[in-house]
Design a protein around this ligand. Structure first.
Ligand code: PGA
Length: 248
């Protein structure tokens, strides 16, 4: 049995003051959640989030991590630094980073390896653009991204990994993949992982859906057999909405 995991992706939103308000509102709303609850927050809000969620069922994550240990990497943040301030999870390879900040399958792989080496749990994002879907390349794209992200890794490494399947055309657009569409691609990703790392690892691996997931569509998505959770952008910025997704 895979424990469902609902993770918020705050993106570049919320100062520390706003984070405090949102977390304090959220805590009682999700206290009895059955799913694992994570909020991935901007670097500057991680320490605040860790302090405020201490003793609660909310876990904290970052939105990226350097592939290097330390040194001359201006603007980067290391895994050790993230752990020190209380991050447990980290989003890697979000499509916004792939599209706007030059992230590639190779850098996603390096960051994933580095996160695992330091005891951070990666949430690795994959997903096709609208153009790729319309030209019938969805499977090729997610296969290449999945194989790329986990290159050189062993089956046991996947124990602490989550994949987020996020069709780029559904992110922040209000267009959700239908539950069946999402499940079909996620089942395919699972089959790719099975080919690479064996069926046992694939069966254990949690794969989330992400892209305009909200209180209205969460139940239908979560009812699908291969969908093990969600990576929630917009709806994670409102405590009530996020709690409704968490308690789909
Ligand atoms: P969205 O974002 O829920 O606002 O579509 C999801 C994501 O980008 O992780």
């Amino acid at each position: 049995m895979r424990t469902p995991i609902i993770a918020g992706n705050w993106k570049m939103n919320n100062t520390n003051a706003a984070a405090e308000q949102l977390i304090n509102e959220l805590k009682p709303l999700v206290a009895d959640a059955k799913a694992e609850v994570v909020i991935c927050v901007p670097y500057t809000a991680i320490a605040t989030a860790a302090r405020l969620t201490k003793g609660s069922n909310i876990k904290v994550g970052a939105e990226n991590v350097s592939w290097a240990d330390k040194g001359a990497f201006t603007g980067e943040i290391s895994a050790e630094m993230l752990k020190e301030v209380g991050a447990e999870y980290v989003i890697i390879g979000h499509s916004e980073r792939r599209q706007m900040f030059g992230e590639t399958d190779e850098t996603v792989n390096k960051r994933t390896v580095q996160a695992l080496k330091n005891g951070l749990k990666p949430i690795v994002c994959v997903g096709e653009t609208l153009q790729e879907r319309e030209s019938d390349r969805t499977k090729d794209v997610v296969k290449t991204q999945t194989a790329g992200a986990f290159a050189g890794m062993q089956a046991a490494d996947l124990d602490n990994v989550v994949i987020a399947y996020e069709p780029v055309w559904a992110i922040g657009t209000g267009k959700t993949a239908t539950a069946e569409q999402a499940n079909e691609t996620i089942a395919y990703i699972r089959s790719v992982v099975a080919d690479l790392f064996g069926k046992t690892a694939a069966d254990k691996l949690r794969i989330q859906y992400g892209g305009s997931m909200n209180p209205q569509n969460a139940a239908a998505l979560m009812a699908q057999p291969d969908i093990d959770g969600g990576l929630i952008g917009g709806a994670s910025l409102k405590a009530v909405d996020f709690s409704k997704v968490v308690k789909y």
